[in-house]
Design a protein around this ligand. Structure first.
Ligand SMILES: Cc1cc2nc3c(=O)[nH]c(=O)nc-3n(C[C@H](O)[C@H](O)[C@H](O)COP(=O)(O)O)c2cc1C
Length: 206
């Protein structure tokens, strides 16, 4: 043990009041995912184990710790939509994570309006300024380094259609700094916003 470094092996516990893992790999963008069950019930849930993985074609993915309704829906229908969570929509996003039975529509629960997508049968969130319509590409169950299966599913999907509120396009450039994105930090309740004050620019060498 060193005085200046806290070292731990996760399998043996972190030895701290809160697991720092989520706070270190963060703040993370939020995959606010709408889906529909095979029998038509709408579903909406946030996933912060979320990111983009490819440009052409664009592929996004999120991980569900446990086989949740969203994964089952996407496995059944092959479709989902991603919706941008903004500061204005933060409380509604939070309400949509309630652990409710599969027959409960989280759009209604969160006070949000579903609006029909163009290429897929799953609606997007009308109040969200940016949405992606996605078709499932792969669902992978994760494994530990020892090769044991983990009860976590990585859901990947190709973005087949994109909706952007024109107010977020400045001279045609997507204005991330002013779009009001929210990001998930660590602990039970930390979130971050980003704005122009956090923007800096750096070009790649060469
Ligand atoms: C900001 C935020 C991020 C979350 N990220 C995840 C995540 O990455 N993976 C996960 O399994 N659950 C995550 N959750 C919890 C799910 O949203 C919650 O379990 C939800 O009820 C799942 O809905 P479903 O069963 O309708 O798919 C998150 C919740 C919040 C509020």
């Amino acid at each position: 043990m060193s005085d200046t470094e806290h070292f731990y092996e996760p399998r043996l516990g972190h030895g701290l009041p809160h697991d720092p893992f989520n706070a270190i790999v963060g703040p993370r963008p939020i995959g606010w995912i709408s889906s529909r069950s095979a029998d038509g019930v709408l579903n909406l849930a946030p996933y912060s184990f979320f990111n983009a993985f490819n440009y052409t074609p664009p592929i996004i993915g999120f991980a569900s710790t446990g086989y949740k309704d969203t994964v089952r829906n996407i496995e059944q229908t092959g479709e989902f939509a991603w919706n941008l969570a903004t500061r204005e929509l933060a409380e509604a996003m939070n309400r949509s994570c309630a652990a409710v039975p599969p027959e409960v529509d989280e759009f209604a629960l969160a006070g949000l309006t579903p609006v029909a997508s163009r290429l897929i049968g799953v609606p997007r969130v009308a109040q969200s300024p940016v949405s992606f319509e996605c078709r499932r590409t792969q669902i992978l169950q994760l494994q530990s380094a020892a090769g044991e299966t983990v009860p976590t599913w990585l859901v990947l999907g190709e973005v087949v259609a994109v909706h952007i509120d024109r107010a977020l396009l400045k001279d045609g450039i997507y204005d991330t700094a002013n779009a009001g994105h929210i990001l998930r930090g660590g602990g039970p309740a930390d979130y971050f916003t980003v704005g122009p004050a956090q923007l800096f620019r750096m070009k790649r060498p060469g």
